[in-house]
Design a protein around this ligand. Structure first.
Ligand SMILES: O=C(O)CCC(=O)C(=O)O
Length: 386
């Protein structure tokens, strides 16, 4: 099930022994938490209250075995296509076969590059300076390329399998339970952590708009489903500080200084198998280390908000330009959910499709076909970024 390995795996040098101990202890702490299991609903179709409560308390829940082998194979197929059509190097307009490279015809942000095992955001002012402390950057193998793509935004336009995943009826039903039946999109991405090359993502909290909101609460900045194509281990997973989504905006510089290293003592990794889906609260303190392990981690992240968190809000600035999010904008962006549902209906005709209430009563019929595939280019310029 794995695409080919990339060279030999370097390590954390002087910190290697500490990292290995940290991985081992973190995995143990993670598996002791009561926030993992199958995706369950009540008889009336609500996400099971035990899942909602554990998610609410810890900030994440690992839903085990949600995505089956057939769908994972489709996603892997598309992943291979994506990897094959990346620009030969940053700035190049062509892929390895001389074809126009992925994303080069787009205006919106899509490919994010890093030096191998680098930390492109840590300690910079990028993304509103929300990654204030740089992670340790291990030395890559000599044979490593100078830069690798580690993140793709707007990924639904590059992969029908990811679009169909976005229309997954049980995941959308779970989103409705957490954010209300009128829930709305945030953004969608693919994180690619290649063995021996994958970049780190410095500790941060997502969300830039509502920290001082008079009705601030633990979920006001929404959540993402993180779908794991191959699963993940302590060495390549996202790490989080359980419960930190309830603390408000944390002073990460002081936190890391007091901790004495980037190995935050109370953090845990998402330990997942292939097809597991993590419900991830964006407000948690989270990050990931450079992937010096021999294993790939590919996460497809599908983000959702409460409608009240975005309507009438001046958003953007991180994933696209600043704008006022009104009904029209939200509706236009939400059509991707309709396309996801229709694309899925065509691929899995025996499945009962999800009915997305905000689009269901509209006269406009939403079909996924060649014309709409062309029309969604740059759809992520409309991401609802808070
Ligand atoms: O996947 C990762 O390594 C980082 C994910 C992350 O920071 C996010 O989804 O907000």
């Amino acid at each position: 099930m794995k695409v080919s390995q990339v060279g030999s795996c370097p390590d954390y040098g002087l910190h290697e022994a500490d990292m290995q101990t940290y991985y081992r202890d973190g995995e143990k702490r993670a598996l002791e938490l009561p926030n993992r299991g199958p995706l369950r609903f009540t008889k009336s179709g609500e996400l099971h209250p035990e899942i909602v409560e554990a998610w609410s308390e810890y900030g994440f829940y690992v839903l085990e075995g949600v995505i089956g082998p057939e769908e994972l194979a489709d996603i892997e197929q598309d992943l291979k296509g994506i990897l094959d059509s990346l620009p030969v190097r940053k700035g190049s307009l062509v892929d390895n076969n001389g074809r126009p490279a992925l994303g080069t015809e787009c205006e919106g942000p899509n490919l994010f590059w890093s030096k191998p095992l680098g930390d492109p955001f840590g300690g910079t002012n990028l993304a509103a300076g929300r990654h204030p402390v740089k992670m340790f950057e291990p030395m890559p193998a000599e044979s490593a390329p100078t830069e690798v793509v580690y993140l793709i935004l707007g990924v639904l336009q590059f992969s029908d399998a990811c679009l169909r995943l976005y229309g997954h009826p049980q995941l959308l039903a779970a989103a409705a339970s957490l954010n209300g039946a009128n829930f709305v999109p945030f953004n969608e991405a693919m994180f690619i952590k290649k063995p021996g090359l994958g970049a780190s993502v410095a500790w941060h909290q997502d969300g830039v708009i509502h920290w001082d909101h008079p009705e601030w609460d633990h979920a006001i900045h929404g959540f993402t489903f993180q779908v794991l194509l191959y699963g993940c281990t302590a060495a390549n997973a996202v790490w989080v500080v359980p419960g930190s989504h309830r603390l408000g905006k944390c002073d990460l510089v002081s936190l890391l200084e007091a901790n004495g290293s980037e190995r935050l003592a109370n953090a845990v990794p998402y330990i997942c198998g292939a097809g597991d889906v993590v419900i991830h609260n964006r407000q948690m303190v989270h990050g990931s280390f450079a992937n010096t392990s021999p294993d790939w981690r590919v996460s497809i992240t599908l983000g959702f908000h409460r409608r009240t968190s975005v309507l009438g809000v001046q958003g953007g600035g991180l994933h696209n330009v600043r704008a006022m999010y009104d009904d029209k904008r939200i509706r236009e962006r939400s059509k991707m959910i309709g396309y996801g549902i229709d694309a899925r209906r065509q691929r899995f005709p025996n499945e009962v499709p999800y009915v997305y209430r905000p689009l269901a009563e509209s006269e406009e019929k939403i079909h996924w076909n060649d014309e709409t595939r062309r029309a969604v280019r740059d759809y992520n310029l409309l991401d609802l970024s808070i």
